[in-house]
Design a protein around this ligand. Structure first.
Ligand SMILES: [Zn+2]
Length: 95
């Protein structure tokens, strides 16, 4: 799932507002790749998606200097809404 340009900018504005500094290298520049990932509940030895499996939609921001990456819950951060999540349609692949 991709973020819109506005959603990606909202994430970076949140980081700027928090005066975020990388805890590893002290750099203050982060970038977001504009992708919503999901953390999936561990259900045992195999990776299985089944009805009722708990997941969290997360977005990442990485330090431009060292690559240190932080995750935000995409919904709780307010970057995306439940409506966006439930009604998202994957765009066709670009040729
Ligand atoms: Zn860093």
């Amino acid at each position: 799932m991709r973020l819109t340009k506005e959603q990606s900018e909202a994430l970076l504005q949140k980081l700027a507002h928090l005066n975020s500094v990388c805890p590893l290298c002290g750099c203050g520049r982060f970038f977001a790749d504009g992708v919503v990932y999901q953390l999936v509940e561990c259900t045992g030895k195999t990776i299985v998606m089944r009805v009722g499996t708990t997941f969290q939609p997360v977005i990442s921001a990485s330090c431009e200097q060292c690559g240190y990456t932080i995750l935000f819950n995409a919904l709780m951060s307010g970057v995306i809404t439940m409506d966006y999540l439930e009604n998202y349609v994957e765009p066709p692949p670009q040729a």
